[in-house]
Design a protein. Structure first.
Length: 181
């Protein structure tokens, strides 16, 4: 890829696009802008491929870029707040009113309970400090090792373990009424 091989780049994009979009969506709390930021991530990867050194895994480098661009977007939003075009699609509690069909056959009461648990999980995740949330998502959803996460977040290994422990502890504490553990 260092020589600008478009085929290799296309394979990388196809392989990692969804993981990058998911991470960005969780950091931003916004699925709509996640696709745009992910596109910027892959543009950066392509532009800076010649600078990539194989000291760490490619995914570590990729998720570092994704995190940095996500944090840049959060800072930009704070400086230049804008009204959402989706406001008219939101219900009374601020949740989007359009829903996607669940392909699994579950009873309405179980579906409602699952929906409530997911709502609370999203709330608790959004309330976690950014580094805790990112560390937990990189570990749980992306399967990165503690070492790789510490590189992405640019912190020590012990700090990474502590962040993940505290994030899990907060989730357990906040969701204990919703989960039968």
């Amino acid at each position: 890829m260092k020589e600008g091989d478009y085929t290799v780049f296309a394979v990388l994009v196809n392989r990692y696009k969804q993981s990058v979009v998911n991470l960005i969506a969780h950091i931003l709390g916004d699925n709509i802008d996640a696709e745009d930021i992910a596109q910027q991530v892959f543009i950066q990867v392509y532009r800076h491929a010649v600078n990539y050194e194989v000291r760490s895994k490619f995914t570590t480098w990729l998720f570092t870029i994704a995190r940095n661009l996500s944090l840049n977007e959060i800072r930009r939003r704070k400086r230049h707040p804008a009204d959402s075009m989706d406001e008219d699609q939101k219900g009374e509690e601020g949740e989007f009113t359009h829903q996607y069909e669940d392909k699994k056959m579950v009873s309405p009461d179980v579906a409602l309970q699952n929906q409530e648990v997911m709502k609370q999980l999203k709330r608790v995740l959004a309330e976690l400090p950014e580094k805790q949330r990112t560390a937990l998502l990189l570990f749980q959803e992306q399967g990165l090792s503690y070492e790789e996460i510490s590189q992405v977040l640019e912190i020590s290994l012990s700090s990474t373990k502590s962040l993940i422990f505290r994030a899990r502890d907060t989730l357990k504490r906040e969701l204990r009424n919703y989960l039968s553990l």
